[in-house]
Design a protein around this ligand. Structure first.
Ligand SMILES: [Zn+2]
Length: 161
């Protein structure tokens, strides 16, 4: 039983919807619509009832759909804890090679502070490097490098250097 994804094609772009109307349009719960608003769907004003422009609604659903199809943009890693693609904190990541052509990119989630990973091929790195600054780390060397003091403790690292 696959839930049907709300189609932006149902939305009349020149119409202003209340939360109720949007919920009815997609046969979904009002709380779902409120979650969209919290997730970045713009509303007209703070008055009651809250109004959502059809144009904004269609754009939001369209963007969300693209996002679901491609969970991570080039500079984003998927955070398991946040269940969302995240751009690593400080726009920084370490590249740790696994094979000659494949490796892992490791960063820190700006939201929860957890480690976020992404598999990447060496060939794809130039594309990612346009967005993130990547430190190349050799897997073997990394062990001895862990004895370096932590420069920035803002990420709440608790382990001793
Ligand atoms: Zn996270």
């Amino acid at each position: 039983m696959r839930k049907r994804r709300p189609s932006y094609r149902l939305v009349k772009i020149n119409y202003s919807y209340t939360v109720e109307e949007v919920a009815r349009l997609f046969g979904t719960h009002r709380n779902t619509v409120r979650a969209w608003v919290n997730g970045g769907l713009p509303t007209c004003d703070r008055k009651r009832p809250m109004l959502i422009l059809g144009r904004e609604l269609a754009a939001y659903l369209k963007a969300r759909r693209t996002k679901n199809k491609r969970p991570c943009q080039p500079g984003e890693f998927y955070c398991v804890r946040c269940r969302a693609p995240k751009r690593p904190a400080g726009e920084m990541a370490d590249y740790i090679p696994i094979t000659a052509s494949q490796g892992n990119l490791i960063g820190i989630c700006p939201e929860c502070g957890g480690m976020i990973y992404r598999r990447a091929s060496l060939a794809k790195l130039p594309e990612i490097e346009r967005i993130l600054s990547i430190t190349f780390t050799e897997a073997k060397r990394r062990v001895s490098e862990s004895s370096l003091p932590t420069v920035n403790s803002d990420f709440g690292r608790s382990e001793k250097p």
